[in-house]
Write a protein that binds this ligand. Structure first.
Ligand SMILES: [Zn+2]
Length: 309
């Protein structure tokens, strides 16, 4: 684990729940991102440990963006602590309307408990959280409303899903969201201008080699720009892998129905693949098992590594 300012504690989670970043302060503790709804008991337990806030109150929840693995604990934590939730400006209307398509919920086969946001975070704003100043940086791409949070003093970047050590969160292909891939590149350009020593990503351990991560991310953008169908394929694989982590097992017999019913598969199939759902389902099984992300066991597709907790 990389040395971070003492106010900053990262609960490194997994692929179903995004990391929770706790910014501790006597003036009020702030939590960045709350994990997936299935993991709420673990999120609450982690937060209540001495490495978290123990029995102290939580002053505020903020989200880097409002996908299910980042905001799935908002409602439960709000209930427990009675604290306000602030979301990025671009996410606020989707959250207010609980737009299942924009939030990638039903549309992607995912779920979250509905919550109400009391505050809005604007790009360019500065906030004092955990006694440190954090600048909100617009980070559209994976999510068009996403923000990163940068502390210039300690050169720490909370990057959400805009930049991981190896890549970034899945990006919608051009026919679905024309601006997403160009925005991903522009976001990398904007982040590259920051003097970053430590990145706290939305998934995976905090890391130091910012330049290498950027280079890998640019390489991935380039590959997707060259072949949008590859991006569409990649996106469906990622979303199905997420669903397997959520459900832990999906009978092969149900997979065709899932692919035929869930909006994202339907939309992508109509735009890119034009295959009968059974064929698309079989293709995804083949791809996920070949990549080692899943295996077939007793007629069901199961994730290769079931997320702990
Ligand atoms: Zn995300």
């Amino acid at each position: 684990m990389t040395a971070l300012p003492r106010q900053v504690h990262v609960f490194v989670r997994d692929w179903l729940s995004a990391n929770n970043v706790l910014l501790r302060s006597r003036g009020g503790h702030v939590l960045v991102d709350t994990g997936y709804v299935r993991h709420v008991p673990l999120t609450l337990a982690l937060l209540a440990t001495p490495r978290g806030i123990g029995a102290e109150p939580l002053a505020r929840i903020v989200n880097t963006h409002c996908h299910s693995d980042h905001m799935g604990g908002n409602a439960a934590l709000q209930r427990r602590y009675g604290c306000p939730v602030a979301v990025p400006l671009g996410e606020a209307p989707h959250v207010a309307a609980w737009d299942e398509r924009a939030l990638w919920l039903d549309w992607a086969g995912q779920s979250a408990e509905r919550f109400t946001a009391a505050g809005v975070l604007h790009p360019g704003e500065r906030h004092v959280w955990g006694d440190l100043e954090w600048e909100s940086i617009a980070a559209p791409g994976h999510d068009m409303g996403a923000l990163c949070f940068f502390n210039a003093e300690h050169r720490v970047l909370i990057s959400g899903d805009a930049l991981w050590e190896h890549g970034f969160g899945v990006v919608m292909p051009p026919e679905v969201e024309p601006e997403a891939l160009p925005a991903t590149r522009r976001t990398l350009d904007a982040l590259a201008k920051l003097d970053v020593r430590t990145v706290i990503p939305g998934h995976g351990e905090p890391f130091r080699d910012f330049a290498a991560a950027l280079e890998r991310a640019y390489g991935r953008v380039e590959a997707f720009e060259a072949d949008p169908t590859r991006l569409a394929r990649h996106a469906l694989k990622v979303i199905l892998a997420f669903t397997l982590l959520d459900r832990r097992s999906m009978p092969l017999a149900e997979l065709t129905g899932h692919v035929a019913r869930v909006g994202m598969y339907r939309d992508f199939n109509a735009l890119y693949f034009r295959q009968p759902p059974a064929e698309l389902a079989a293709f995804l099984v083949k791809e996920l098992t070949r990549a080692g992300a899943a295996r077939v066991e007793d007629g069901a597709l199961v994730p290769a590594a079931v997320a702990a907790g």
